[in-house]
Design a protein around this ligand. Structure first.
Ligand code: SIN
Ligand code: MN
Length: 200
């Protein structure tokens, strides 16, 4: 991977051991009950292949009108709060006082993927993005800040945590595919990615 693309990009391989991964899944269960997964629409037509929900003051949302943060679940109720063990990961890896305002939960089933994009719906890019991988392996694609530029690919495994900050905060990234069934963390298989962000 080029050093330029790496600057501000940190990968903490195996940051969460198996017990910590299982504990995190337990605190996510009530979120999934209170704020069920939904399939966001892609502006321009169709549905995303990932299903998602959020915790925190804001959840990320997409429909025909575009991408944005919204302060409630599509069914109308507030997003659940971000569990403390998730906040602890943010504070440990960023050292920031300020709390993330959004924890996006993406669920990747067998054929789910995420196209290459920048995270740019937030007001202040000086705050990093922290991304936690749980369950099946995901083939992560990362480029620089130029659309269509060179990209590198790396497998993210359960328990890995990625931080994109500094010069890497606006790096293009996506998930090409998952290795369905490669982990036994989730009883029905699949991959969960948690993305923590300051929004306002
Ligand atoms: C995202 O960019 O929203 C998700 C990244 C990932 O699933 O690792
Ligand atoms: Mn993203």
């Amino acid at each position: 991977m080029s050093m330029l693309r790496l600057r501000g990009f940190e990968i903490h391989k195996g940051y969460l051991d198996p017990a910590a991964q299982r504990a995190l899944i337990e605190v996510l269960r009530p979120i999934l009950r209170a704020a069920p997964l939904f399939s966001p629409a892609v502006p321009g037509g169709g549905k995303m292949s990932v299903r998602m929900t959020s915790a925190g003051a804001f959840g990320w949302y997409a429909d025909a009108a575009g991408y944005r943060y919204v302060d409630c679940h599509p069914k109308g109720h507030d997003w659940p709060s971000i569990p403390q063990p998730v906040l602890d990961i943010w504070h440990d890896l960023t050292g920031l006082e300020r709390q993330p305002e959004s924890c996006l939960l993406n669920y990747y089933g067998k054929d789910a993927r995420m196209g290459v994009h920048q995270d740019k719906d937030e007001a202040d890019f000086s705050y990093p993005v922290v991304s936690i991988s749980l369950g099946d392996d995901g083939l992560f694609r990362m480029g620089g800040t130029r659309r269509g530029g060179a990209t590198d690919r790396l497998w993210l495994n359960s328990g890995d945590v990625v931080v994109m900050g500094g010069a890497a905060r606006l790096n293009y990234h996506g998930v090409d595919r998952i290795r369905f069934g490669s982990s036994r963390l989730l009883p029905k298989g699949g991959r969960i990615n948690l993305t923590l962000r300051v929004v306002t």
